[in-house]
Design a protein around this ligand. Structure first.
Ligand SMILES: [Zn+2]
Ligand SMILES: [Zn+2]
Length: 401
């Protein structure tokens, strides 16, 4: 549906939930997941003056209550995370927590290992609530998007699954939810949480699990039981880039949302599909992020009356590419002309101090140093997703009505 980019949102209609205390989610200096990525994002948005828009309303995050964590995690696991924090603070003797995915290479202990993930989760639930109450149309938690956390296990840098907890809050309120995940890694934790739930459609567009963590997300994972048909995976080949991401939205995500007719859209916008990302093998460039934002924004207004929760996700070039990708994404949501935006000198200095090397323009990107030959394989891939997953979604919708 066509919308005019300027001043389409009323005053205070877009909530941003953020506070400096979110930086306490910190596995340490040598870990790939650095809080710098969302700190510098909010810093850039704010230096550009974009958070001063009258449509934007800032809220400080509050921690998730135990009951909110228990909507998607087992009590035993939540207790294990509490114990992990006590151990990390030297209040309890060491214990073996590997069965919970804790105290591992990916998820090492740190002093706020309970409090910080609980705050991330509270922030996403709180952002969702501003939509459920009608206060906001769109809401954004740049620190959220921890999509790998499982019911009883930490995984892939994710301790609590804020995406799943926010979705569970919407279900409690009687809403049906579509979750779209464009992180380069499969959104396995969110998929697992709602695999047999017909009220949640999960769609993950990611680099195939063949060579990348977590290894799941194949086309034939389509949900089970009553949820059969409400899970879609688009496993892109390694080296896939902008064309693959954009076409995944037009070829699969759009048609799926039109079939499912959700009340609320939740998007996980990890930007680790960028060619400079050290953890993945994809070739996206910065200019694709505002394009993805506009396409998802249009879908939110077309399919969900605008109700749209945006959370962050992966992104492992924390001082440069990641904050620029997310600023471009959110700037496009605000209708800003991100393509012509110059980076403020104060921000470039801060980025350089933290190891970045940003150019003059927000979206300057030399592109990958190799060209992608995989685009020819996309039509066959989309055809297979249509035949196996979209067709099943269509069947489940017919059965429901
Ligand atoms: Zn809008
Ligand atoms: Zn990722």
């Amino acid at each position: 549906m066509a919308r005019s980019a300027e001043s389409e949102h009323a005053r205070g209609q877009i909530t941003v939930v953020y506070g400096p205390e979110l930086a306490s989610y910190d596995f340490g200096i040598d870990h790939p997941l650095q809080p710098t990525r969302h700190e510098l994002t909010v810093d850039l948005l704010s230096s550009l003056g974009w958070l001063d828009d009258e449509e934007v309303r800032l809220e400080s995050p509050r921690p998730a209550a135990l009951s909110e964590l228990l909507t998607v995690h087992s009590y035993q696991y939540v207790q294990a995370v509490e114990l992990a924090q006590a151990i990390a603070r030297g209040e309890k003797p060491p214990a073996n927590l590997a069965v919970y995915g804790l105290d591992t290479g990916d998820n090492p202990l740190f002093p706020d290992i309970y409090d910080a993930p609980a705050l991330y989760t509270g922030a996403s639930v709180q952002a969702m609530e501003t939509i459920l109450t009608g206060q906001a149309t769109h809401a954004y938690n740049p620190a959220g998007g921890l999509h790998h956390a499982m019911r009883s296990q930490a995984s892939g840098f994710c301790v609590f699954n804020d995406c799943a907890a926010a979705i569970a809050r919407a279900l409690e309120a009687g809403f049906r939810v579509a979750y779209v995940d464009v992180d380069a890694h499969h959104g396995d934790g969110v998929q697992a949480a709602f695999f047999s739930d017909p009220r949640v459609l999960t769609i993950s567009v990611h680099e195939s699990g063949r060579f990348l963590f977590p290894g799941t997300g194949a086309i034939d994972e389509i949900g089970m039981g009553e949820g059969k048909g409400t899970c879609i995976n688009v496993p892109l080949p390694a080296l896939a880039g902008d064309i693959a991401l954009v076409q995944s939205l037009t070829e699969i995500v759009g048609p799926a949302l039109r079939l499912f007719r959700p009340d609320i859209l939740v998007t996980q916008t990890g930007c680790d599909a960028h060619h400079a990302d050290p953890l993945t093998h994809m070739t996206a460039t910065l200019p694709v992020y505002p394009k993805l934002a506009r396409a998802l924004h249009d879908l939110a207004h077309e399919c969900c009356d605008g109700r749209w929760l945006i959370v962050g996700g992966g992104g492992y070039d924390p001082a440069d590419i990641t904050p620029r990708a997310w600023t471009a994404f959110f700037g496009a949501v605000l209708g800003r002309p991100v393509e012509d935006t110059l980076l403020p000198e104060s921000w470039r200095r801060r980025s350089r101090e933290l190891g970045g090397n940003p150019p003059a323009l927000l979206l300057d990107d030399p592109g990958p140093t190799y060209t992608s030959l995989v685009d020819n394989s996309l039509p066959a891939l989309f055809q297979e997703v249509r035949a196996k997953a979209l067709a099943e979604l269509e069947r489940s919708m017919v059965n429901e009505s």
